[in-house]
Ligand binder design. Structure first.
Ligand code: SAM
Ligand code: SF4
Ligand code: SF4
Length: 356
C-alpha cells in the first residue's frame, strides 16, 4: 500500500549546547570521517518519478515547504563553510530538482570559493539552459539522471511527460560547458526499465561519460518498494558483460559509492551502486542538509537534527560547528547493512526532501 509522506521528526539542536569541538577531524562511532556534504536546495521537482515522488502522493494537495521555511543561499553557504572547516571535501547540490530553485548559479558562486569539490545532481530537464552559467559560477561537474533511452519507458518513469531528447540535450550542453565527465544515473527497476540496461551502456560507451546503474532502494515510505523489484548489480554487470566485456577497477578514494568497471576494449567505464545487495555503510562519510536546515546522518533516517534554530537564532559559527561535530561523533548509522523486509517498512524520510 502506498502511504502518505510522513511528517519530519526533528531532534532539537538549539536547546542544549554541544561540547566544544576539540579541533580534530570528527570521526563517528564507527571511525568514519566526515567528507561529503549533500545539500538539498528544494523539496520541489518538475518530475514525478515513480520510485521517488509518486504522483498519487505528491499531488496537487501535497504541501511543499513555504519559501520562509527553506534556507537562504547565504544560510546554506555559511553552513557549508563551517562543514569545510570540519574537513568536508565534497559538496553536492541536490533535491528535489535543484535546477527548479531560482538563480541556483548564485548559490554555486557562493560555494565555489570554499575549495571543496562542487557538483550537482539533476534530472537534466532544465540543464541545457543553465549549464553555461552554472559552469561560470564555479560548478565543476554534474550527474544527470536518465532511466531509459526509450521515450515511452522514460515518460512512464518520470510521469511528467518529459522526453528523452530533452535530457540528452542537457547532457550535451553540460559537456559543452565543461561540466565533464558527466555521470549518468540510471535507477534500475525490474520489469520497468531493466530492458534498457544494455542500451544505455551501448549509447554512452566511448562518449567519456560514465553511466552508473543504481539498485532501486527503499527510501522514504511512499514508493511501494519490494525486494522483487530490485535488479542486483551483479545481474546488471553480467548483462552488460555479455555484450561488452568488463573488468573491475580500483576505487579512486575510500568511501566511493559506485564500484567502478571498465570496458576491456577501452571504451570507457561504468559504475554500479549496490546499496541493497552489497551495502557500503562501512565507509559512508556522507551527511545531508535538508532544504529547511536539518541534518540527516543517513539516507534512511526517520529523524533529522535541527540546525536552522541555531542559524536563525543568533548561534555563532563556533556553536554551529560544535553541534555538527558532536552530531557526527555520535553517529552509528548503517541502515543498508541491517536492512530486512521489516526495516524496509519503517517510516523514513523522503529522498526528495533530504536530497539524494
Ligand atoms: N532530481 C535530481 C535527480 O533526479 O537527479 C536530484 C535528486 S534525486 C532524489 C537524486 C538521485 O536519487 C537520482 O539519481 C535518482 O534517480 C535517485 N533516486 C531517487 N529515488 C531512488 C530510489 N528509490 N532508489 C534509488 N535511487 C533513487
Ligand atoms: Fe524529482 Fe529526482 Fe525524485 Fe525524479 S528522482 S522525482 S527527478 S527528485
Ligand atoms: Fe550511509 Fe546510511 Fe547509506 Fe549506509 S545506509 S551507506 S550509513 S547513507
Amino acid at each position: 500500500m502506498i502511504e502518505k509522506v510522513i511528517p519530519i521528526r526533528l531532534e532539537s539542536g538549539a536547546a542544549a549546547a554541544a561540547p566544544p569541538w576539540d579541533g580534530t577531524p570528527p570521526r563517528d562511532a564507527l571511525a568514519r570521517p566526515l567528507r561529503d556534504l549533500r545539500i538539498s536546495v528544494t523539496d520541489r521537482c518538475n518530475f514525478r518519478c515513480v520510485y521517488c515522488m509518486p504522483r498519487e502522493v505528491f499531488d496537487a494537495n501535497h504541501a511543499f515547504l513555504p519559501h520562509s521555511a527553506i534556507l537562504s543561499f547565504e544560510e546554506i553557504a555559511r553552513t557549508a563553510r563551517i562543514f569545510v572547516g570540519l574537513g568536508v571535501k565534497k559538496i553536492r547540490l541536490t533535491g528535489g530538482e535543484p535546477l527548479v530553485r531560482k538563480d541556483l548559479h548564485k548559490l554555486v558562486a557562493l560555494l565555489a570559493p570554499l575549495g571543496a569539490d562542487l557538483t550537482l545532481t539533476t534530472n537534466g530537464s532544465l540543464l541545457a539552459r543553465q549549464a553555461p552559467k552554472l559552469r561560470e559560477a564555479g560548478l565543476q561537474r554534474v550527474t544527470v539522471s536518465l532511466d531509459s533511452l526509450d521515450d515511452a519507458t522514460f515518460r512512464r518513469m518520470n510521469d511528467a511527460d518529459v522526453a528523452v531528447t530533452t535530457v540528452l540535450e542537457g547532457i550535451a550542453a553540460a559537456a559543452a560547458a565543461g561540466l565533464a565527465p558527466v555521470k549518468i544515473n540510471m535507477v534500475v527497476k525490474r520489469a520497468m526499465n531493466d530492458h534498457q540496461i544494455v542500451d544505455l551502456a551501448r549509447h554512452f560507451r566511448g562518449s567519456g561519460h560514465v553511466v552508473r546503474f543504481i539498485e532501486y532502494m527503499d527510501v522514504g515510505s511512499t514508493n511501494g518498494w519490494r525486494m522483487d523489484d530490485v535488479v542486483p548489480s551483479a545481474e546488471v554487470l553480467a548483462r552488460i558483460n555479455a555484450h561488452f566485456p568488463l573488468e573491475s577497477l580500483d576505487p579512486q578514494y575510500a568511501g566511493e559509492v559506485a564500484a567502478r568497471w571498465r570496458y576491456r576494449d577501452g571504451a570507457g567505464e561504468i559504475g554500479v551502486i549496490s546499496s541493497v545487495t552489497q551495502a557500503f555503510c562501512r565507509d559512508c562519510n556522507r551527511i545531508r542538509l535538508s532544504t529547511e536546515g536539518a541534518l540527516f546522518t543517513c539516507l534512511f533516517a526517520s529523524a533529522g537534527h535541527d540546525l536552522k534554530a541555531l542559524l536563525r537564532g543568533g548561534g555563532s559559527d563556533e556553536a554551529i560547528r560544535d553541534r555538527i561535530a558532536a552530531l557526527w561523533n555520535g553517529r552509528s548509522d548503517r541502515y543498508s547493512e541491517i536492512r530486512t523486509a521489516e526495516t524496509a517498512r519503517l517510516r523514513k524520510v523522503e529522498m526528495s526532501y533530504i536530497g539524494g
